[in-house]
Ligand binder design. Structure first.
Ligand code: CDT
Length: 315
């Protein structure tokens, strides 16, 4: 019999700056309960789930900034979510802004955790690809300041054998980079979880913005197919503090087919039963990595960050 897992993408509508953690956690619990009632064993929440997407603003007051960050997980405000998930025996992925003290220094990360069905944190990921800028851009109408608020994650792309599957995590912009999926696929990921906040008004260029939904879909489907893995992608969506965030949360099969997709930009649960053996099927055939990959020809990918000059007309 095929191994399977029922998974939910628990999309969230907008979160206002003034919304308290208590209000947000109450919404998360309602989504969790709906997902569990529909048979979900694992629920994926968005990136930076607990607050509004604050990197759209240039804040300079450290107390104001720190208010968006979690110092402990679970903390008193998030504990009810852990307790309810444990009661319902549902695992979850949760994105949040993490304030950590490491080697005597305060560090800020854009983080996601994986919690198992007993309510224990079994995995932590810190976002590697931070989009946007480290200072405000006077020429841009909409700011995206993740490089100002966060350091790149220091864990790399990891996978966890838990809840009957091999599961990897990444966050938002990571989903656009093929390297993200490949590293986890090489480590055996059968399912990759990703939360996101994607504005469709970040460039001010109509041509680019009008393709935002297409690019979301393209990245997720290509990542799933080219790496033979399920991808569960969950948005924070809707008009949030004047910024329009796309929805389109979806669950994509290793075939690249969309198994379920949200139709709103509000709080919404989408559910799919994922055949985990489907990942194995493609990896034994067209994407049998050990048989077909030629890593000697991929060295440039890890040796350089940006394009190199003078590589034309090699003989
Ligand atoms: N949160 C996040 O990573 N959002 C980006 C938008 C980048 S626009 C400068 C994304 O890739 O969806």
């Amino acid at each position: 019999m095929a191994r399977s897992m029922v998974v939910a993408a628990a999309q969230m509508g907008p979160i206002a700056r003034q919304d308290s953690r208590k209000q947000v956690v109450a919404r998360l619990i309602a989504l969790l309960q709906e997902a569990a009632a529909r048979g979900a064993e694992l629920v994926v929440f968005p990136e930076l789930t607990l607050t509004t997407f604050f990197p759209r603003w240039h804040l300079t007051d450290s107390a104001e900034i720190d208010a968006f960050f979690e110092r402990e997980m679970p903390g008193p405000e998030t504990l009810p979510l852990f307790e309810e998930a444990k009661r319902l025996q549902v695992g979850f992925y949760l994105g949040y802004a993490e304030l950590a003290v490491e080697e005597g220094r305060t560090r800020r990360y854009n983080t996601a955790i994986l919690v198992d069905r007993a309510g224990a944190i079994v995995g932590k990921y810190r976002k590697v690809h931070l989009p946007g800028w480290d200072r405000p851009q006077p020429d841009l109408q909409a700011q995206h300041l993740e490089k100002y608020y966060f350091e790149p994650g220091n864990y790399g792309f990891r996978v966890w054998k838990t809840m009957g599957a091999t599961i990897g995590m990444c966050i938002c912009n990571d989903r656009r980079w093929p390297e993200t999926y490949r590293v986890m696929a090489l480590k055996g990921a059968e399912m990759i979880l990703v939360g996101y906040n994607t504005p469709d008004d970040h460039t001010g260029s109509f041509d680019f913005d009008s393709l935002t939904l297409f690019h979301n879909q393209l990245s997720l489907q290509a990542g799933a197919y080219q790496n033979s893995t399920w991808v569960v992608a969950t948005a924070k969506a809707g008009l949030e503090e004047g910024s329009n965030l796309i929805g389109q949360s979806m669950i994509v099969a290793p075939s690249g087919q969309i198994a379920a997709m949200a139709t709103s930009t509000e709080d919404e649960v989408v559910v799919a039963k994922c055949n985990l053996d489907m990942a194995t099927l493609y990896r034994k055939t067209i994407f049998d990595f050990a048989r077909h990959r030629e890593p000697d020809h991929y060295r440039l990918i890890v040796e350089t960050r940006g394009p190199i000059a003078g590589a034309e007309n090699e003989t």
